[in-house]
Design a protein around this ligand. Structure first.
Ligand SMILES: O=C(O)CCC(=O)C(=O)O
Ligand SMILES: [Fe+2]
Length: 221
């Protein structure tokens, strides 16, 4: 009998405490974490197939609601926001929700919601060096990237390069191989995506704190 993916993440097993602890520890010590084979392999396989076969992508833009625009000098990927309407995306959101609960308990981060999108970088695409959030301007606290590319080799390019603020010369380069998860403090780490020679698939996401005010209510995505 096959267990459904929702059950796997919701009830089939406990949250992977050891893994979550390692992420919490990395974030506390140095502000970022790179974890190979992070999710259950069956879930990674399903997410990979879903990204490559089941969704329609739109060109990505930059900036927030009012100032949103497309700029192909900065980024040339295409994206699709995740709503959790399929079993496989529900399982993804459940896993990230478990991580959110753990990080809140362990590091008192006060994370409130999580938003994420699939991304597709066709060959030659890139995302120039940027920050995901600027101090005081955004409620994005943690950035996450999860890769969905089987058999990715160094010759395929498409590395994520993150620049630790204390040691900008010691850039960290991550191969976007399926199963690798990267998490970093959104306001601290400039980063970029180098051009890839193959189609490159991933899920980019952000944990946010609640910044609802009397004027504006933060929608949980
Ligand atoms: O795909 C990646 O490696 C990073 C993507 C990214 O930086 C973003 O979407 O903001
Ligand atoms: Fe980014």
């Amino acid at each position: 009998m096959t267990t459904s993916l929702e059950n796997y993440v919701l009830a089939g097993s406990k949250a992977p405490e050891e893994l979550f602890e390692r992420i919490a520890d990395d974030l506390y010590q140095r502000g970022y974490s790179v974890i190979p084979a992070a999710l259950p392999p069956a879930l990674t396989t399903r997410l990979t197939a879903y990204a490559q076969e089941a969704i329609n992508f739109d060109p990505a833009g930059i900036g927030r609601a009012g100032q949103y625009h497309q700029n192909e000098f900065v980024r040339t990927d295409e994206i699709c926001w995740i709503q959790g309407t399929a079993a496989v995306t529900t399982a993804w959101l459940n896993w990230m929700d478990c991580l959110k609960a753990y990080l809140n308990k362990r590091l008192f981060l006060g994370l409130f919601s999580y938003e994420s999108h699939f991304a597709h970088y066709p060959p030659g695409s890139f995302y120039k060096r940027h920050m995901d959030a600027f101090q005081g301007e955004s409620n994005r606290v943690l950035s996450t990237v999860y890769y969905l590319n089987s058999d990715w080799t160094q010759d395929d390019g498409g590395e994520l390069v993150i620049y630790p603020p204390a040691t900008p010369d010691e850039a960290v380069s991550v191969t976007p191989l399926a199963g690798t998860m990267v998490i970093f403090l959104s306001e601290e780490f400039p980063h970029e995506v180098l051009p890839a020679r193959r189609d490159r698939f991933s899920i980019a996401g952000w944990f946010r704190v609640n910044s609802s005010t009397a004027q504006r209510v933060d929608p949980p995505r």
